[in-house]
Design a binder for this molecule. Structure first.
Ligand code: PFF
Length: 453
């Protein structure tokens, strides 16, 4: 392998294109839909604190590692891991890390697409004025009625999967780059606007207190695992998405600076979502721990009651769908690149196969909100099982292995070369985190959950 190696799938046109795409992958339903509801379920402040610590000490070092591995390997995560293992004279079984990532990507996208479908349906609901002048009870009834209807959920899930596959089929340059260019600023402005509404609800302080004053009695081993898993999920780590995006990154771009920027924006969007949502929850006497429907039961109240809410409601849900799209394309990209490299398919054919499998898997999530809601395995319905398996297990395990590989297996001279900060304190700090802190933290959280400590 040479330093001038380029990916056969193309290359980003600039550092900005990578930042936009990787931010597009990171910022998505995880920030606006998932972060608030799991924060609500896990008691607020203490959970948020653990989550922030996980971003800083586990997420960021591993994100740097994963981007670096991608840029050095320049192929699908599976082949990248194999090439880099060979380069480091290590066991090529490391490519199973790539495999795990591809599987995690399918599983995540299967439910991600269903939830993104909800957001798409809410664009239409906002457009037809379903929220205007309504209160919490009607909004909840609207949501409950919607998810009880499998045909509707399948329709929107299908539409979202089609959109994803269409973008991915068009390839790195034309598809992925263009999709992310205008989204982030728009989303940011709308989040600020919603925070503005939250300030008028009369429960703003209560919302802030819930989010930011930690009560450690509310935290359990499981909530620490959820917070850590979410740090991986929200930064798109541990499954090769960032690795594959890193593989399109030009040589001269500073990985560390770029990663700080991406992780920083991602965290801000999540916190803004929380700051907007919890005051609405408390002002309307809603349940903070009400689960995956939380944003769909709160934000429409804001849109229904603020001036200009009709337009803002449409814009918000449109942007949420776009934010989900820029994440979903990165969830399927590792599988598609692998199919193109190893199965002699062209990009279009690879997309069709990958899309079909994910769509089918997604039906399990659709039905877990209605027909199969009573069907549980280990006390979880299919949606909860997919979520637990990926965010709480596969991603942290994948991230752990990425850290171990970058810290212990890869030759120091290679990681120094990629990070372009050789011998500096920055490099030492990263190396220490990725060798000891991040893997040990993941390991300890797992030990705690299985009851060993
Ligand atoms: N980071 C995305 C979000 O927060 O919505 C979800 C995601 C995308 C997870 C890509 C994992 C991934 F590889």
């Amino acid at each position: 392998m040479t330093d001038t190696k380029k990916s056969i799938h193309g290359e980003w046109s600039s550092r900005l294109a990578f930042i936009l795409a990787a931010t597009g992958s990171a910022v998505g339903l995880g920030n606006i839909w998932k972060f608030p509801y799991i924060t609500g379920e896990n008691g607020g402040g203490a959970f948020v604190l653990v989550y922030l610590l996980c971003i800083a000490f586990i997420g960021i070092p591993i994100m740097i590692a994963e981007t670096m591995l991608g840029r050095r390997g320049r192929q699908s995560p599976i082949n990248t891991m194999e090439t880099l293992a060979a380069e480091a004279e290590a066991d090529t079984n490391w490519h199973y890390v790539g495999w795990m990532g591809v599987i995690a990507g399918f599983l995540i996208l299967s439910y991600y697409s269903v939830i993104a479908g909800w957001a798409s349906a809410y664009v239409l609901k906002a457009f037809t004025g379903s929220f205007s002048g309504t209160g919490a009870t009607e909004i909840k009834a609207l949501f409950d009625g919607f998810v009880a209807n499998p045909a509707q959920l399948i329709f929107w899930h299908t539409l979202f999967m089609l959109a994803t596959m269409l973008i991915v089929a068009r390839g790195v340059r034309s598809g992925l780059e263009k999709a992310v260019q205008f989204l982030m600023p728009g989303l940011f402005v709308l989040m600020i606007l919603l925070v503005g509404y939250a300030m008028t609800t009369g429960a703003y302080e209560q919302g802030l207190e819930f989010l930011f004053s930690p009560d450690f009695s509310k935290i359990t081993g499981d909530s620490v695992l959820t917070a850590m898993g979410h740090a991986f999920f929200t930064l798109s780590l541990g499954m090769g998405a960032i690795m594959v995006y890193g593989s399109y990154l030009p040589k001269d771009v500073s990985i560390t600076k770029t990663v700080f920027l991406i992780a920083g924006s991602d965290t801000i969007v999540a916190l803004l979502a929380g700051i907007a949502i919890f005051p609405i929850v408390f002002a309307n006497g809603l349940e903070a721990g009400s689960g995956p429907g939380l944003i769909f039961q709160t934000l429409p109240i804001a849109f229904g009651n603020m001036s200009g809410g009709w337009l803002f409601g449409i814009l918000f849900f449109v942007m949420l769908v776009f934010a989900a799209l820029t994440s979903s394309i990165s969830l399927i990209e590792p599988a598609v690149t692998w199919l193109v490299e190893n199965r002699d398919l062209d990009r279009q054919q690879a997309c069709i196969w990958a899309g079909l499998v994910t769509w089918l898997l997604g039906l399990g999530t659709v039905f877990s909100f209605n027909l199969w809601s009573d069907f549980t395995i280990f006390g979880r319905n299919i949606f909860q099982l997919m979520d637990y398996l990926t965010a709480n297990l596969l991603l942290p395990i994948g991230g752990f292995l990425v850290a171990v590989f970058a810290g212990w297996i890869m030759k120091q001279q290679h990681s120094e070369q990629e990070l372009q900060i050789p011998g500096t304190q920055g490099y030492q700090v990263w190396k220490f985190l990725v060798c000891y802190v991040s893997p040990a933290a993941v390991f300890l959280v797992f030990l705690n959950v299985v009851g060993v400590i």
